[in-house]
Design a protein around this ligand. Structure first.
Ligand code: GLA
Length: 345
């Protein structure tokens, strides 16, 4: 089996955290831990055949426990912001933990990135995989209903990191899961990502207020620096956007089939990433809040050292009836599929 397990640490309540290394037929490796269902490392070849770790992260469990950047994390129960941490569902108001100014962000104080998941590794013809499961109890961070969540990561022999999500609940609840890796295709410790070339298949985005909560308006990207409908070096637009990119794009695909959402190319190493998803939105975040974070192998991550493409439903959906719904009903199943496909060009 192309899967290795080693001890990574112990939580304060004595739970063993294991580092799982998945290796595919081409020698690519993905490392994951059962704390936060976090991807800690992704090693990909470049044009010169050299393998380099392309995701930002830490060396120790203690650092992941302290982390407030969401490096490599599985994010839930609701990714992104919920205004004032409040929403009303079936006539009842729910108050969630607020952890981002006045708002709820990425599941709250102890989101899915800060809990211990059950893990099970397996191997299929398509490559090695790991299945994480977690029961989020009724009222956790203020959310209604017991929610059973499954996240499976595959490292396929086609050089894809494929992430599939499922969730079921016993009460109506909002659910919006995402993956929060920061990529730098030149290498996690290679400086900023501004020379990466980006395309996003989105003609519009959700406009936000000064706390990054959507106003409810969907605006066209045309004639704005947010326009990545044709390929743009991130550097060529970033100075025109105050604070950098931290925007939810409304993807052009409207039918929840697995569709190309974005494409990123790093010219010096030739590494190329295609992002496919069944989700209606993707948050493009250019690592604006990284401020000298001490990471793996002595690396120091500064502003724009990595970028995130977080596939998800739109922010603040529980308060925006005009957005695609994130409410999961007890009789239904939440599903999501997102694929990061890597190659060298
Ligand atoms: C998301 C948000 C950002 C920031 C990061 C984590 O991408 O949109 O504003 O909070 O997570 O630092």
């Amino acid at each position: 089996m192309n899967i290795k397990e080693q001890t990574f640490g112990k939580t304060s309540d004595d739970k063993n955290i294991i580092l799982y290394t998945l290796t595919n037929a081409n020698g690519l490796t993905a490392k994951l831990i059962n704390y936060g269902a976090i991807l800690t490392t992704l090693e990909l070849p470049g044009r010169d055949g050299k393998f380099t770790d392309v995701t930002l992260g830490y060396d120790t469990l203690e650092d992941y426990i302290k982390d407030d950047c969401y490096f490599g994390a599985t994010v839930g129960r609701c990714a992104n912001r919920i205004a004032k941490g409040k929403f009303t569902l079936n006539g009842k108001e729910y108050c969630l933990a607020t952890n981002n100014g006045p708002n709820h962000l990425h599941g709250g104080i102890k989101g899915f990135n800060k809990v211990v998941w059950d893990a099970e590794v397996f191997e299929e013809k398509t490559g090695p995989a790991i299945k994480f499961t977690y029961l989020s109890k009724d009222n956790e961070e203020g959310y209604p209903g017991n929610l059973t969540v499954t996240v499976i990561y595959w490292l396929t022999n086609d050089n894809e990191l494929k992430i599939s999500y499922q969730a079921e609940t016993d009460k109506s609840t909002p659910v919006n899961l995402t993956h929060h890796s920061y990529f730098n295709l030149a290498g996690h410790d290679s400086g900023d990502v501004l020379s990466h070339e980006l395309t996003i298949n989105a003609d519009s985005f959700t406009e936000t207020d000064e706390t990054l909560v959507p106003t409810g308006e969907i605006k066209s990207v045309k004639d704005t620096p947010l326009d990545f409908t044709t390929t743009v070096r991130i550097a060529d637009h970033i100075n025109q956007v105050e604070g950098g990119f931290d925007h939810n794009y409304v993807l052009n695909n409207k039918n929840s089939s697995l569709t190309l959402a974005a494409h990123v190319y790093e010219p010096t190493t030739g590494r190329d990433m295609e992002l496919y998803t069944t989700e209606p939105g993707v948050q493009f975040y250019s690592g604006n809040f990284l401020d000298g974070v001490k990471g793996k192998n002595g690396a120091v991550y500064k502003k724009h050292s990595g970028f995130c493409l977080e596939t998800q439903h739109f922010p603040d959906s529980p308060n925006k009836p005009q957005f695609p719904s994130v409410i999961l009903e007890p009789v239904k199943k939440y599903t999501q599929l997102t694929v990061y496909k890597f190659s060298v060009k």
